[in-house]
Design a protein around this ligand. Structure first.
Ligand code: GLU
Length: 463
């Protein structure tokens, strides 16, 4: 069967093509002459599958989209606290190339405006690094993310350098304010080279997918950025990524994003999908007109708004009660005809899911509550089973809560069996002197509870 996703992307593209508003960036000559008929869109999953439509082989300069990744490099090279000393995280509401600094601290407002991005560039490698050293570091890192060797577009670089007065002014302002210590011309030139790196939508989608995948590259499975850096980058993309249209973007489209003046946009919804769109004509805020339309449609059609509830806590826990029927090898097993309570956890279990599990345990195995008919019905169950077979992950708080639940049941003298083939529970004998029986599958759990070959008959027969 042919995947319907490329056909869908073609429709998204054609839908956006109907809008011919906007104009390419005028202040960089090469961009001003861009072929405005070109447009493309791409999606990359967190396991590395890329879907695209339109001019997905056309290269364009990454421009401001580089700011997100170079911010991550600055964090890696200088450390988050040093980066926060030098660059704030507040949306400025000003134009991207505004000459302004935060009152009192003198910091640029955030790393997504030029003042913050030029500062982030200066923190890559170290204060004494040469232009070449920083360019190599950035080019290598971006190439690793894209999965191919990227190059600086020398024509774009030269064109932007010819008219770089404003960015040079920002560089000198930063030096005068004590935010950068190195030669402003070297830093601004390096920053302009970083912006002139060429990419395609396919490159950008896979780069964004690394952000969605908590910093692990979806294709090579290599950890590229620590999880904390990814969180920091996605946070500033959310609040400051779309120039001065951040609020409008978050409410209408609702995924962390960054756009560039060549007409590219990346979006990254954690755990879901990396997105890239390209079309050179920009709106008055500097965002690609058709790119925004494509992102908005993808968000609406695919439910990508980060404020949409993706998994209700109640969907995470299922409770069953089953009666043990002894097998022929052990017909008089002591658990024969006794009840076993089974709790199945599904998906990514976080605080709300584990809290719900705790309540379900208390309801089934605790004392009866007169206000809750049916509660306490299985306090004499012969065993309790937790199945994590369909649980993809446990957050640390969820794991702590489940450990505590299991510990309490063990202390009450219950027999506890955990089905945990992927070891998401990470039972640690150092912190948990008592331990449950951990098995791979349901047959092993049953054999342990009711003897070899026993059966369990549950009301809905799902165990
Ligand atoms: N190189 C561009 C500049 O600094 C990047 C701007 C952008 O993409 O927003 O003006």
């Amino acid at each position: 069967m042919k995947s319907p996703i490329p056909d869908y992307l073609t429709k998204v593209l054609e839908n956006a093509r109907a809008n011919d508003d906007g104009a390419p960036a005028a202040y960089i000559e090469t961009l001003a002459n861009a072929d405005t008929s070109k447009m493309a869109v791409a999606l990359a999953t967190v396991d590395g599958k890329v879907y695209s439509a339109g001019d997905d082989q056309v290269e364009f300069s990454i421009q401001s989209i580089s700011k997100a990744f170079v911010y991550a490099l600055a964090i890696e090279d200088a450390g988050l606290s040093r980066v926060l000393e030098k660059i704030g995280v507040e949306p400025s509401g000003d134009k991207f190339n505004h000459l302004s600094l935060e009152k009192k601290t003198n910091r640029p407002m955030n790393p997504m405006i030029n003042a913050g991005a030029i500062t982030a560039h200066s923190l890559v490698v170290g204060p004494d690094a040469t232009l070449e050293e920083r360019t190599d570091r950035i080019l290598n890192a971006l190439s690793k993310l894209a999965g191919r060797q990227l190059h600086v577009d020398e024509e774009v670089y030269e064109a932007e350098l010819r008219d770089a007065d404003r960015n040079m002014a920002i560089g000198y302002m930063l030096k005068a304010a004590g935010i950068i210590s190195c030669d402003p011309r070297v830093v601004v030139k390096g920053y302009i080279r970083q912006c002139a790196i060429n990419v395609t939508v396919n490159d950008l989608a896979i780069m964004a997918a690394t952000l969605c995948n908590a910093g692990v590259h979806p294709v090579t499975c290599e950890r590229i950025m620590p999880q904390l850096s990814v969180r920091q980058v996605l946070s500033v993309m959310t609040t400051c990524g779309m120039y001065d249209a951040a609020g409008d973007w978050v409410s209408r489209v609702g995924f962390p994003a960054k756009s560039g003046v060549a007409g590219g946009i990346i979006g990254a919804l954690p755990g879901q999908v990396g997105i890239a769109a390209f079309s050179p004509k920009l709106d008055e805020r500097g965002n690609s007109v058709r790119g925004v339309i494509m992102c908005e449609q993808l968000s609406n059609d695919m439910g990508l708004h980060m404020m949409d509830v993706s998994q209700l806590a109640r969907a995470t826990v299922q409770t069953h009660v089953a009666r043990i029927v002894a097998g022929k090898h052990e017909p008089h097993h002591p658990h024969c005809n006794k009840d076993v309570v089974v709790f199945k956890m599904r998906g990514a279990v976080r605080f709300a899911g584990s809290e719900r599990l705790t309540r379900a345990i208390a309801r089934e195995l605790g004392d009866p509550d007169p206000r809750d008919p049916g509660s306490g019905a299985h306090s004499d169950a012969c065993a309790v089973v937790f199945s994590f077979r369909d649980a993809y992950s446990l957050s640390s708080i969820a794991r702590r809560i489940v450990h505590e639940d299991v510990n309490r049941l063990l202390s009450d003298g219950k027999s506890v069996v955990v089905i945990d083939p992927s070891r998401v529970l990470e039972w640690d004998l150092k912190t948990n002197p008592k331990y449950p029986v951990v098995v791979e599958n349901e047959t092993q759990a049953l054999d342990h509870i009711g003897g070899a070959g026993c059966k369990a008959v549950s009301q809905d027969d799902s165990w």
